[in-house]
Design a protein around this ligand. Structure first.
Ligand code: ATP
Ligand code: MG
Length: 406
């Protein structure tokens, strides 16, 4: 079936009355932005849905883009035909035959809005259903729980027919729930945390700490690439703040508290991230922490680390297993970059036995003994290098897989 129109349904925000119209407007903007290269496509909004009239633009390519837009729950390729019984029957059969998998059961749901059409909805259910069954003898009708619902809407301007429902990313439209600062390392977890935050409608800026020249130029390139991949989902450039952590890290190393060094570094990272967040009007800090994964992510460590920031700490992966995180990383196209073996500033100084149960008083005391820590933090913030990373269309085609959307 060659669709003429794509019918887009909204995701989770439709269940929430508040801000609904604003969300819908944002979604419309987002769809318009992403589909801008397809000039003939006409995009309209009506009764809580968005319609894309293809006008000859390619369905498959557009569908790939729509799957990644946050706030879209699902969409359907729709065929529009003239209000003639035989034409409707033929197009309905075509819609059933072109499903990616042949279903065992189906039902027809006709809505006759155009009352001058000679058959009413009930008659049309029969007429269309019988026509399909004649051509697909293995198919059975099941009105209660059909595998596929073939929908036929007879409108004054034509009849709309569709049977396929394609799942999309869901969530909330990008940037509809405020802004947060993402702590982006080069690992597997934090890009996934960034993706899930954006999916919940957060706009993000990213901050990465490097220890150049101990960490390499390639490690920086890696983080730029991860940010680029994330920007594919925002559909807009993402700011990446690169902060030099060399001096602070070296000072902590000299404090000779090996087992606390990760705790100390994380606390300073959070403080810097918070200062950058305030400058950018971001109201939260996102990390890729997952409970118990490493020493710095025990509840006790998170308690001591988290106290260095006042802004809410958002940890989308906190209760997830590593396999689930990896599955998402693969699906969103960050995994391959994340596993490139360039050292991170924290792995550089990784002690033999990092504390899993740091003591806040001891940690605060060590901090107070580090000369000029405050100044170093302020300087790191003032010398931040900020890049704007834009989506790269070559990567767009990578996002694939029909795994469940998380
Ligand atoms: P990831 O895979 O995201 O690196 P991880 O399992 O390696 O996570 P940690 O290295 O303990 O975990 O880091 C925990 C979180 O702290 C990361 O998810 C990230 O949000 C933040 N973080 C760690 N290192 C950096 C860094 N160099 N720059 C920015 N954020 C960092
Ligand atoms: Mg890491």
């Amino acid at each position: 079936m060659t669709p003429d129109i794509i019918l887009i349904r909204f995701g989770e925000h439709t269940i929430k009355g508040r801000n609904r119209s604003q969300f819908e407007k944002r979604m419309l903007q987002q769809v318009r932005g992403v589909l801008a290269p397809y000039r003939r496509a006409a995009i309209t909004r009506s009764y809580g849905r968005i319609y894309v009239a293809l006008n000859g633009e390619p369905y498959a390519a557009i569908a790939e883009r729509l799957k990644d837009i946050f706030g879209i729950g699902s969409f359907s390729p729709v065929r529009r035909v003239e209000n003639i019984l035989e034409t409707i029957q033929a197009a309905s059969l075509d819609a059933m035959l072109s499903l990616s998998r042949e279903p065992a059961t189906f039902k027809v749901s006709v809505r006759r809005v155009e009352k001058s059409f000679p058959h009413d909805s009930q008659q049309m259910n029969q007429l269309v259903g019988a026509h399909v069954l004649r051509a697909m003898p293995r198919l059975k009708v099941n009105v209660r729980e059909p595998e596929v619902e073939l929908r036929v809407e007879i409108q004054p301007e034509g009849t709309y027919i569709f049977s396929e429902v394609v799942e999309a990313a869901g969530g909330y439209p990008f940037a509809s729930n405020g802004k947060a600062m993402l702590l982006l390392s080069g690992g597997i977890d934090s890009p996934v945390a960034g993706y899930l935050s954006m999916r919940k409608g957060l706009e993000i800026e990213a901050v990465h700490f490097h220890s150049y020249p101990f960490t390499s130029e390639q490690a920086k390139e890696k983080v730029i690439e991860l940010t680029r991949r994330l920007s594919h989902y925002s559909g807009a450039p993402i700011k990446l703040h690169l902060v030099s952590f060399t001096e602070i890290q070296t000072a902590f190393a000299q404090a000779k508290q090996d087992n606390l060094i990760i705790t100390l570094m994380r606390r300073s990272m959070l403080r810097i991230a918070q200062m950058l967040a305030v400058q950018s009007d971001a109201l939260g800090i996102v990390t890729g922490d997952s409970l118990g994964q490493v020493a710095s992510q025990t509840l006790s460590s998170m308690n001591v680390i988290g106290r260095s920031a006042e802004l809410p700490l958002l940890r989308p992966l906190i209760m997830m297993d590593k396999e689930d995180i990896i599955r998402i990383a693969k699906r969103i196209g960050t995994y391959e970059t994340s596993i490139l073996p360039f050292e991170d500033c924290c792995t550089l100084f990784l002690p033999k036995s990092p504390s899993t149960n740091p003591n806040l008083n001891v940690v605060s005391k060590v901090e107070s003994f580090v000369p000029e820590l405050e100044e170093m933090i302020a300087q790191a913030v003032s010398e931040v290098e900020t890049l704007e990373i834009s989506p790269d269309d070559k990567l767009g085609a990578q996002a694939a897989g029909d795994d469940d959307w998380f």
